[in-house]
Write a protein that binds this ligand. Structure first.
Ligand code: SF4
Length: 182
């Protein structure tokens, strides 16, 4: 009997992201079928695995907006041989980083105290809640990132190209026609 091919283990996460990058990954549609013969998912919103085992590739969607984001990102860095910042939010903070021009306390007040339709105004402070960071940060400010996949979101073709290159043991590169930042 032929030996099963060892699959490349991939972990994915959405930090301060909108899950749009994950949706774009799934936009590979039927091309996911042959890909799944080569890779397996570890920790990911697509699985029920709660913590990262040692992985070959980690895909990080979203920047850092709270303490839990930083903890999870460090877990990925500790466990993933190759870490890829996926999408504008992970690369430069993206749209969520627009809050950086305001004070955090003003953002919280706008949402929880003075917002339209707010009843019983109070800033949530349960210990279960992760603390918000003063500013939103791109992931490379907290850990070393190996590759950056631009776009908001990156297209399914971009995901396929970068993962395909890695599966072939090549240095990943994107042709100019796949590079976009919107
Ligand atoms: S880069 Fe765009 S699609 Fe991806 S998480 Fe950020 S806002 Fe969503």
């Amino acid at each position: 009997m032929s030996e099963a091919i060892k699959k490349v283990r991939v972990a994915t996460v959405s930090l301060a992201g909108c899950f749009g990058c994950h949706m774009s990954f799934l936009d590979m549609d039927e091309r996911l079928v042959p890909l799944m013969e080569r890779i397996e998912f570890n920790r990911s919103p697509l699985t029920d695995i709660k913590h990262c085992d040692p992985c070959d590739i980690g895909l990080i969607e979203g920047g850092l907006c709270n303490s839990e984001n930083v903890e999870v990102l460090r877990e990925f860095r500790d466990n993933c041989r190759i870490l890829i910042a996926v999408g504008a939010c992970a690369i430069n903070g993206g749209i969520p980083a627009m809050r950086n021009q305001f004070e955090l306390r003003d953002c919280l007040a706008e949402s929880y105290l003075d917002g339209i339709g707010v009843e019983n105004p109070q800033i949530p402070n349960d210990v279960e809640l992760p603390l918000m960071l003063d500013k939103v940060h791109p992931v490379h400010e907290a850990v070393k990132i190996d590759y950056f996949l631009p776009g908001c979101p990156p297209s399914a073709d971009e995901f396929l190209k970068i993962i395909g290159d890695l599966l072939e043991g090549k240095q990943p590169s994107l042709p100019q026609n796949l590079v976009h930042y919107d």
